[in-house]
Ligand binder design. Structure first.
Ligand SMILES: Cc1cc2nc3c(=O)[nH]c(=O)nc-3n(C[C@H](O)[C@H](O)[C@H](O)COP(=O)(O)OP(=O)(O)OC[C@H]3O[C@@H](n4cnc5c(N)ncnc54)[C@H](O)[C@@H]3O)c2cc1C
Length: 497
């Protein structure tokens, strides 16, 4: 085993880790040594074939299909330099004050402290509204239908630069147009002297040291600058940014379940992909896939509707049923419109991360009656939007029939119902993983303070989505960056003699 020494070691390079690295990087000029350890490799434009199955295998943990223990939901999370920001869609929303003040309610964490941090990343990551001329038909149909129904759709700000409309954002952008941490923050950090170590998997943390293994490079990517093998890396400060599954898992593996909130209160905005068939071709695959959302049912039913467009394999996985009906729908791919139904779940102690016998993370997550009602409401409202957009028929998973025809539109409330919503039969997925190391001001109830300092563990910090005390109710990456910015400030302060 080789032993190395750094002042600061950051574990994981996603929304949290990339931000912390960039914020701490100016310290390198004062002689502070910083290493950014990342399990995955660094993808260049030429490494992306845009082939769905191939890129899913290369970018995602378990090809994007990590399952919960009940096997009724899958989690999508990336393993790469840039973490899940390499595969995200780049929709960029600020945490609403209402969530911060009422749902999170953490003393010391307030809007006036967070707002300038949000502003910084809105600027740095080029967040803006796409020109209307660049919005494709799949998105436009949603907007027009919502307006026709008296709903109030909003346009998503996105963070692309020189986007070529390839539409394959979730397979990693082949032209690096999305401004993830791998494009913006990590190169800035490296320029200032942070050492990035890809293919370095952290296996355990101890007081002021990290035990890690450098693995051989995969997928033809550049290898790690450190030779393969086992390492003990000493550090004055350790910042955990391995994401909402792997950060709690690393803590559990290293220290055991020493805190009653560790690994608990996991939330994930569970989601369903819905699809409708038009009788003519629509432009659905070219252009940014996600332009609009509709919050009209948020307060009443905790459900959010977003536009989306997924690729054939992902779509097929999401269809309930099999045989000729699925075949027929898939063959009509160019006529399909899609909507994503996301439910805004609430943190519950029973939902969380544990370790299996081999020390690997497993996620326990059970749906409540309230969640199912939210899904059914979302499916019904999406069905109305699809028909208002002119769809000839829709595939509605909580319906007795595979298809609901346009002439049956007046019977939506009867045909789509909770009785037909069968967990395990539905393909529920999640890409917004949050919680597990919740922050708070009460050390008995929270794992870290509101600055990411882990209670009872010297020199250890958390700076990723696992800090969330409850779901964010909006797409989370900007909130993770704003919190990581605070953690970097705390580390800088604590490093001072
Ligand atoms: C398909 C998809 C689409 C999304 N779209 C959006 C969107 O449009 N807008 C939005 O706001 N959010 C979106 N998200 C969510 C957003 O990307 C994540 O919330 C965010 O990236 C999480 O940040 P994080 O730092 O917590 O973890 P991650 O970004 O997942 O980074 C964690 C990193 O830690 C590494 N790691 C894990 N374990 C170890 C270990 N033991 N040793 C070393 N490294 C380790 C991982 O390889 C990974 O690179 C999307 C996510 C997905 C998957």
């Amino acid at each position: 085993m080789k032993t190395l020494s750094y002042d600061i070691v950051i574990i994981g390079s996603g929304a949290g880790g990339g931000t912390v690295a960039k914020e701490l990087a100016p310290l390198c000029k004062k002689g502070v040594r910083i290493a950014l350890l990342e399990w995955g490799g660094r993808f260049r434009d030429q490494d992306n074939s845009r082939s769905e199955v191939e890129m899913a295998q290369k970018y995602y943990f378990e090809s994007g299909g990590v399952q919960n223990t009940s096997q009724n939901m899958t989690f999508a999370l990336a393993k790469a330099v840039g973490g899940s920001t390499t595969v995200y869609t780049g929709t960029s929303l600020v945490l609403p004050d209402e969530i911060l003040e009422k749902k999170w309610a953490i003393p010391g964490l307030n809007s006036s402290n967070l707002r300038p941090r949000f502003q910084k990343y809105l600027r740095e990551n080029n967040v803006h509204l796409l020109d209307k001329a660049l919005i494709n038909e799949n998105n436009q149909l949603f907007y027009n239908a919502c307006t026709k129904l008296g709903l109030k759709p909003s346009q998503f700000p996105v963070n692309v630069k020189n986007c070529q409309g390839l539409g394959t954002c979730n397979l990693g952008c082949a032209v690096h147009a999305k401004q993830g941490t791998h494009v913006v923050q990590i190169p800035m950090a490296e320029k200032d002297g942070v050492e990035l170590v890809p293919f370095c998997r952290v296996d355990r943390i101890e007081e002021n040291q990290v035990m890690a293994t450098v693995l051989p490079a995969e997928h033809g990517l550049s290898p790690s600058p450190w030779p393969c093998g086992e390492y003990c890396i000493r550090a004055k400060k350790i910042v955990l940014c391995a994401g909402a599954i792997h950060t709690p898992a690393l803590m559990l593996k290293s220290f055991g379940p020493y805190h009653q909130a560790l690994g608990k209160y996991f939330t994930c905005h569970p989601a369903l992909i819905l699809v409708a068939q038009h009788d003519h071709e629509i432009n659905n695959t070219f252009g940014h896939p996600k332009s609009y959302y509709c919050e009209d049912f948020m307060h009443s039913h905790s459900v959010l509707l977003e536009t989306c467009m997924y690729f054939p394999f992902t779509l097929a996985k999401n269809l309930v049923g099999f045989g000729s009906e699925v075949d027929e729908l898939m063959s009509d791919f160019n006529r399909l419109q899609m909507i994503l139904v996301l439910i805004m779940d609430h943190a519950r102690k029973e939902n969380g991360i544990c370790l299996d016998r081999e020390g690997r993370p497993v996620v326990h997550y059970r749906f409540t009656r309230e969640d199912i009602c939210a899904f059914v409401k979302g499916i019904k409202e999406s069905a109305r939007i699809f028909f208002a957009a002119g769809a000839k028929r829709i595939h509605a998973p909580a319906s007795a029939k595979f298809f609901i025809q346009a002439e049956d539109a007046p019977r939506i409330d009867e045909l789509i119902n909770e009785k037909e919503f069968k967990l395990g039969k539905m393909s529920i997925a999640s890409a917004h993983l949050m919680g597990g190391c919740r922050m708070g001001e009460n050390p008995a109830a929270a794992v870290t303070d509101s600055w990411g300092r882990v209670y009872g563990k010297k020199d250890l910090y958390v700076a990723d989505a696992s800090l969330f005390p409850n779901s964010s109710g909006v797409n989370p990456y900007l909130t993770i960056m704003a919190l990581a910015d605070r953690v970097a400030e705390a580390v800088t302060q604590d490093l001072r003699p």
